[in-house]
Design a protein around this ligand. Structure first.
Ligand SMILES: Cc1cc2nc3c(=O)[nH]c(=O)nc-3n(C[C@H](O)[C@H](O)[C@H](O)COP(=O)(O)OP(=O)(O)OC[C@H]3O[C@@H](n4cnc5c(N)ncnc54)[C@H](O)[C@@H]3O)c2cc1C
Length: 579
């Protein structure tokens, strides 16, 4: 069965229809012809699961300022964030939240009708004095509301949607991006999109770990595809574990639950966070709380000697829990048979968020080397990108800000740039990589299935490259990943049909996960310090003299070469991180 090829031309193609992609599409479509290519129906994107809130210093309930938000973000990220980018994000967060409100986003309200705000980990007033109410929210469905709001605006604006189209390649010719290739899942056709600008907004890759809050679709496709095309990946060793995943399942219980007053208890019923973070306690940043849970468990204070602790919401007003946290209450009742209003909820850290990704500048343009040289025509925004506003550890509510702020900036930059440009010529072999990759997977005979390799990958990443890391374990993980990569070359997709071949799609996704796990582990082995979410038992201290720098992983001839670039420090000099 030959795969048909269909050609399209647009000013801009946005890949991904989460918050970042839709915001970029909305902005760009004000001035040019835009297509959105998404492997999911847009409102199924992972942004729709974001629960707790979007941070912006509106100061609706108590004094707040974008400078405090900036300080918290820089400190939360263990001084690795680029401060010029953080400043842009925290300043523009305010305007972007109001513009979402004006588009119709149904935020929770204060009695006077202002946008309500709640507390979240690491967000403080007056540079660390006390927790502050900064997270704007729509119950525990904030991301869902962002997605619905932006999607309807895009429809109104006439954006062309190619839903259930899986990106297979990003085309680069004459040193600039010329378009993308995508597989139509319904028909098996390959579609070639020639475009003046391409913005990748393909989301994260938590699926490389066994226990994760991430949807099955979060396999880092965009990151891996451009990595194969020679674009480096930045700060891949920083992967966040969220402290409160539902035990064994990894499904997230939002930090908003602690923002509303929930507390963590160890097996002895103690509020252990008081010992690790005397001021912020249960609202310390996620990296610290995840490590604290691991320590409690290691020292025998897990619940019933097992590897979990309890989240206690029983002291809260049941009405607040039902009203402000309805979805997570429902999850806990459904998946655990536990009623969080009356009983303790078993939780453990769950792989949650990729701080690293495709390096960009503050206009979301991809920068392809340590000198920040722009790769013309290629943009990235949202979780797949690394601008870098989160550095070593992201604060809760800052991803939703990141995706809408930098999605909007990318969309605007595209709108301003493409008018002056001609459509770039397509490379002569535009379709060859996609044909070759799909052809190999569907013609291998007698190979194993993708599922077995994926399970082993997720296990080794969970065991060796998670909250705590050390040299021997990382080397073991690298050896396993290398074996799994060779086994992957022989994977056989038995289903040869063209329509909705999910076996083929999963095999492609496994290839991406293997690349990203490899880059993560290589970066983690090289970084001989502990900073943010990257915690080396053999190098427990932060080492600013040698490691206050971003890593860049390049794929070269079957190997990974690391390079480094400086951190932008404008207002806040690195200090010890005490909460
Ligand atoms: C359970 C959960 C709760 C969260 N809660 C919060 C919160 O309260 N506050 C906060 O700030 N952050 C939160 N986060 C993080 C935040 O939601 C995400 O980081 C953010 O929404 C990512 O948005 P995005 O637009 O970059 O990508 P996503 O929303 O993940 O969208 C990715 C898009 O890329 C498309 N795509 C991927 N691969 C391909 C391909 N090969 N071809 C075509 N399309 C492709 C998908 O179809 C999808 O449309 C949460 C995350 C999770 C998992």
């Amino acid at each position: 069965m030959a795969r048909q090829v269909i050609h399209h031309e647009y000013d801009a193609v946005i890949v991904g229809a989460g918050g970042a992609g839709l915001m970029a599409a909305l902005e760009a479509s004000k001035r040019c012809r835009v297509a959105v290519v998404s492997k999911l129906y847009p409102t199924r994107s992972h942004t729709g699961t974001a629960q707790g809130g979007i941070g912006a210093a509106l100061g609706n309930l108590e004094p707040d300022s974008w400078e405090w938000h900036m300080f918290d973000t820089v400190k939360g990220g263990d001084y690795l964030p680029d401060q010029d980018a953080v400043e842009v994000m925290c300043r523009e967060a305010i305007d972007v939240v109001y513009s979402l409100e004006h588009m119709g986003l149904p935020f929770n309200r204060t009695p006077e009708g202002k946008i309500d705000q709640r507390r979240f980990g690491g967000h403080t007033m007056e540079l660390g004095k006390a927790p502050v109410r900064r997270a704007c929210y729509a119950a525990d469905r904030t991301g869902h509301m962002i997605l619905q709001t932006l999607y309807q605006q895009c429809i109104k604006q006439g954006v062309a949607f190619f839903d259930e189209f899986h990106l297979t390649d990003v085309l680069v010719s004459g040193g600039r991006c010329a378009g993308v290739v995508a597989l139509c899942l319904a028909t098996g056709e390959l579609h070639c999109f020639r475009a003046k600008a391409v913005l990748l907004a393909t989301g994260g890759f938590g699926r490389m770990f066994k226990v994760t809050s991430n949807a099955h679709t979060l396999t880092g496709d965009g990151c891996s595809i451009v990595f194969r095309r020679g674009v480096p990946l930045e700060d891949m060793e920083f992967f966040q574990f969220h402290p409160t995943g539902i035990y064994k399942l990894g499904i997230l219980v939002t930090e908003g639950a602690r923002g509303e007053g929930g507390v963590l208890l160890n097996g002895k019923g103690e509020r252990f966070m008081e010992r690790y973070a005397p001021t912020m306690k249960d609202l310390a940043p996620r990296d610290m709380i995840s490590r604290a849970i691991y320590r409690e468990v290691q020292e025998g204070r897990g619940v019933d000697g097992k590897d979990y602790v309890h989240l206690d919401l029983t002291k809260l007003d049941p009405d607040v829990v039902e009203r402000k946290l309805p979805d997570i209450t429902d999850f806990v009742r459904t998946y655990l048979g536990v009623d969080p209003v009356k009983e303790l909820v078993p939780v453990q850290p769950t792989a949650h968020y990729a701080m690293g990704g495709i390096p960009t500048n503050t206009n979301a343009q991809v920068v392809a080397d340590a000198k920040n040289s722009v790769l013309t025509g290629l943009y990235a925004a949202g979780e797949c990108a690394c601008v870098s506003v989160h550095g070593g550890n992201r604060l809760g509510t800052n991803s939703l800000v990141d995706i809408v702020v930098f999605g909007r900036r990318g969309g605007r930059h595209i709108a301003e740039s493409v008018g002056k440009m001609e459509l770039p010529p397509l490379p002569s072999d535009a379709l060859s990589r996609s044909h070759e990759e799909i052809g190999r997977l569907t013609s291998n005979l007698g190979g194993e299935s993708a599922a077995a390799i994926r399970t082993e990958l997720q296990q080794v990443m969970m065991d060796r490259v998670s909250v705590y890391r050390e040299e021997t374990g990382l080397k073991e993980a690298l050896a396993t990943i290398s074996t799994l990569r060779s086994r992957y070359r022989k994977v056989e997709v038995e289903d040869r049909s063209l329509s909705y071949n999910t076996e083929l799609q999963e095999a492609l996704e496994l290839g991406y996960l293997l690349d990203l796990a490899w880059a993560t582990t290589v970066g983690a082995l090289a970084r001989t310090e502990s900073r943010g979410a990257h915690s080396r038992e053999d190098f427990p201290k932060r080492d600013d003299a040698n490691w206050l720098k971003h890593s860049l992983a390049f794929a070269t001839d079957g190997n990974i070469k690391l390079d480094y670039k400086p951190v932008s420090i404008t207002r806040f000099q690195p200090k010890e991180r005490i909460y």
